[in-house]
Design a protein around this ligand. Structure first.
Ligand code: NDP
Length: 335
């Protein structure tokens, strides 16, 4: 069973040598266990935080152990009445070809229906990133039809779902993304009303001006994925009583310092800024997944994916995600 372990912790930027490829035997199944062959690994920005030994909402990734992460695959052997060989499942199998899962552990393995939704999308739009977008939009921003909402990292796993969900609620949806291809895709394929290429702007003031043009009525809700200059540019454009769903600040994950963004504007505009962790709101998952599944099955959300080939490509693909080299949900296909 080929596996990728976290070998050592980054000092500054993460590098490929923080990881180590090994191979081990899969243990024989005990009663209640199933063996899953992973078809896809999910690479997600949160993994970078867990590579550090720092206080956070989740424990650090232990050294010398298989990198933790979401997986989508197929049951190949089962000693549990709950799963049959051939069942398509999502779980947290980690960066390895196979995992042995205790099927009785609540939430450890979820059977999914791939008739209308491709398996890989259960790691993206119809999975954790999709629910993240849903929670921030529906529960924190709670927009009225006609209001303007903005999302950064707009073409990524979370951002693309956010766009579809916002359009389904009659919002003006404006994306911020890196590069002309991503921005064109956001408008042409994802249905954003406009998308701003932040890389064309050398400072927050210039980006803020572009936002003013794209959001003539101001911004009622902002879904923050990035932090840094992008947040500084958005804050002055927020309308009174605007809401900010503070989801992530990827611009600072790989050791870069993030400037403190104008806290005074949060005060003077009476903004509600709320952080959240999607896994602490399991109560919304069924409703959110139902809506997301329908959007995908009916073609209203056509999520794009960046698929790296083979387990050994996982570290480089993950480092690329932190640099914006992914275009859509980053996955690894195990071959
Ligand atoms: P994406 O698929 O959006 O990939 C990451 C993207 O971030 C890159 O493609 C890149 O897009 C952008 N990016 C990377 N570095 C920078 C930078 N320095 N400045 C600006 N943009 C950058 O990832 P996800 O959709 O999976 O995650 C998006 C965000 O949501 C992350 O911050 C993540 O941590 C957060 N998250 C939070 C959860 C929660 O429960 N709070 C749950 C899930 C995700 P571009 O080229 O457009 O810049």
């Amino acid at each position: 069973n080929p596996q990728i372990l976290l070998d050592n912790r980054p000092t500054g930027e993460a590098v490929a040598s923080n990881f180590r490829l090994v191979s081990s035997e899969t243990p024989a199944l005990q009663d209640g266990q199933v063996l899953v062959r992973h078809h896809f690994l999910s690479l997600d920005p949160y993994m970078r935080g867990r590579m550090n030994d720092a206080k956070s909402y989740a424990a650090p990734q232990p050294l010398g152990e298989v990198m933790q992460g979401g997986t989508a695959g197929e049951v190949v052997e089962s000693r549990s009445p709950k799963f049959q060989p051939g069942d398509k499942v999502v779980g947290m199998g980690g960066w390895q070809q196979y995992s042995v899962v205790n099927a009785d552990q609540p939430g450890a393995l979820r059977k999914v229906d791939t008739t209308h939704v491709p398996l890989s999308h259960y790691l993206g739009a119809v999975g954790m990133p999709g629910v993240t977008a849903w929670y921030g939009l529906v529960k924190i921003i709670a927009p009225k039809s006609g209001q303007t909402v903005v999302v950064s990292a707009a073409t990524g796993a979370v951002g693309s779902a956010f766009g579809a969900l916002a359009k389904a609620r009659g919002c003006r949806a404006v994306g911020i993304a890196g590069g002309p291809d991503k921005c064109k895709y956001a408008v042409d394929e994802l249905g954003f009303d406009a998308c701003i290429d932040y890389k064309l702007h050398k400072d927050a003031a210039s980006l803020s001006k572009a936002l003013k043009e794209a959001c003539p009525d101001g911004i009622d809700g902002y879904f923050e994925n990035v932090g840094g200059m992008v947040l500084d540019a958005v804050l002055p454009r927020m309308n009174a009583f605007g809401r900010i769903a503070l989801c992530g600040m990827i611009a600072g994950y790989d050791g870069q310092p993030l400037p403190l963004s104008y806290p005074a504007l949060i005060l003077t505009n009476r903004l509600k800024v709320q952080g959240f962790i999607v896994s602490e709101h399991m109560e919304v998952w069924p409703e959110a997944l139902k809506e997301l599944g329908t959007l995908v099955a009916t073609g209203k959300l056509r999520p794009r994916e960046s698929v790296a080939q083979g387990l050994e490509s996982a570290p480089e693909a993950f480092l690329g995600l932190l640099k914006g080299r992914n275009f859509g949900k980053q996955l690894v296909k195990l071959i």
